[in-house]
Design a protein around this ligand. Structure first.
Ligand SMILES: *Cc1c(COP(=O)(O)O)cnc(C)c1O
Length: 446
């Protein structure tokens, strides 16, 4: 059962999230607004958890996909762990009620203060991505009189078959340690009184729709695990990262249970625990971006040449959401479904291709290109689907646009879980010229 549907309790065919009509949310909160479904979040977590039921495992939800406190709270309540990439994400997890003992810390550049804080709260493992990080961590742990639990992020050099910006496990990538360097680094770490080797990890990319590259990566990692065992270094866990893809359009991602079986077959005989770090899989299809049409205008279609008759009556649909709200189309050429919220819009006429664009002064500011949509008018509500992951978490205030509101739906109820930013928040951290000059004067000549 899907929690985004057009079967309202009142018989309406407007788009609903669980028991709530998106029109009601737009009326109460305005647009643009991100809307998340709690039931969908919970269902996706359970699908992953069930898929791994055959082996000891911990799901460490990747916070960067969607770091809203309420979203983190829903997952913490289900017993989820968390994969973080900064001290900011760590503090969010703690604030949301997540257990530090289920946190793994990834990222190619961790500062000393970040390492220190994570050691103090007692995280499960540092996913160490370089020799220099290992040295820094050892020094920070020594200063605190602690032993840091480490897992080396290795780079298995497999091609996940995804967009180049989200492929992270190739030899040419900035992430992780190349396979040949991993063994000596592990052996060095195993000898340190301030480090405790607990695992090995990788994350080969995102929006992976086949299990073969992931299983291939695991096989390469297990070769390393076996060599470590020969040297007397035993691990507790293997962390296979995130990356499982979701259907945005007509992709048919491999089901998590097929992957779970392949993992269990390989890990169970070795008595290793599995950690996974799904982000998109949990939140991607649990959210929509709700927006309103500001107006439409004509223009020449691409390839129209000089023919003046090849001007579409409607070429552009201009909406109140933009690339600052959802940068995925501009950044990766990502395709996300867009549909009118009101069911009646579909009856207005045949769909024709339009570009759905925002108000930002960049040609790259589009949400969809040549997208067949029925005739649209000012004030129509549109929902951009699959917007729960890497939507709000990548939002900015470019063009001095306050960031959108976020709403969480739970059954027939909903509430704001992040207020729409107000205009003053755009410059709250800034100092105007008069304040700057006063500061200079009070400091005197230096
Ligand atoms: C981004 C990231 C993830 C999550 O990736 P998804 O594709 O959203 O599942 C997991 N682990 C690491 C290290 C990441 O950088």
């Amino acid at each position: 059962m899907d929690h985004f549907h057009r079967t309202g309790a009142d018989g309406s065919d407007d788009l609903h999230v669980e028991g709530v009509a998106l029109t009601a949310i737009a009326e109460a909160v305005g647009t643009p607004t991100y809307v998340y479904s709690r039931a969908t979040l919970e269902r996706h977590y359970r699908v992953m958890d069930d898929a791994l039921a055959g082996l000891p495992h911990t799901i460490c939800y990747s916070v960067k996909a969607n770091s809203n406190l309420a979203v983190l709270g829903v997952l913490a309540k289900l017993g989820s762990g968390f994969d973080i990439v900064s001290v900011g994400e760590l503090e969010r997890v703690l604030r949301a009620g997540g257990e530090p003992a289920k946190v793994v810390f990834s990222g190619v550049g961790k500062r000393d203060d970040e390492l220190r804080r994570a050691l103090q709260v007692g995280i499960r493992a540092f996913n160490v991505e370089s020799a220099f990080e290992l040295e820094r961590l050892e020094a920070v742990a020594a200063a605190l009189g602690q032993r840091a639990p480490i897992s080396l992020r290795v780079n298995p050099d497999v091609d996940p078959g995804t967009h180049p910006y989200i492929a992270t496990g190739l030899r040419s990538s900035k992430f992780g340690v190349p396979m040949p360097e991993a063994l000596p680094l592990f052996l060095r770490a195993a000898q340190s009184p301030h480090l405790r080797v607990v695992g090995v990890d990788c994350h080969i990319g995102s929006q992976i729709v086949e299990i073969a590259p992931l299983v291939d990566a695991l096989d390469r990692i297990l070769t390393l695990v076996d060599r470590l065992a020969e040297h007397g270094v035993a691990l507790d866990h293997v962390d296979m990262g995130g990356g499982l893809g979701i259907p945005y359009r007509d992709e048919a991602p491999a089901p998590p249970d097929a992957l779970g079986r392949a993992y269990a077959e390989r890990l169970s005989p070795r008595g290793l625990e599995l950690i996974v770090e799904p982000g998109r899989l949990i939140v991607g299809n649990a959210g929509v971006l709700l927006m309103r049409v500001l107006g439409t205008k004509g223009g020449a279609l691409p390839g129209a040449g000089d023919d003046p008759t090849a001007q579409a009556a409607t070429r552009f649909v201009i909406v109140d959401a933009a690339m600052n709200d959802n940068i995925r189309p501009a950044l990766y050429g990502a395709w996300q479904a867009i549909e009118p919220v009101a069911g009646e819009v579909a009856c207005r006429g045949d769909p024709a291709p339009v570009d759905v664009v925002g108000p930002i002064c960049e040609s790259g500011d589009f949400l969809a290109r040549a997208r067949p949509l029925p005739p649209l008018r000012r004030d129509d509500l549109l929902a951009m689907r699959s917007a729960g992951a890497y939507g709000f978490s990548m939002a900015s205030t470019y063009n001095s646009r306050p960031r959108a509101a976020e709403v969480l739906v739970d059954g027939d109820l909903f509430a704001v879980v992040r207020q729409r930013e107000d205009l003053a928040s755009l410059w709250r951290e800034e100092r105007d010229l008069a304040t700057f000059e006063t500061a200079l004067r009070s400091r005197g000549p230096t």
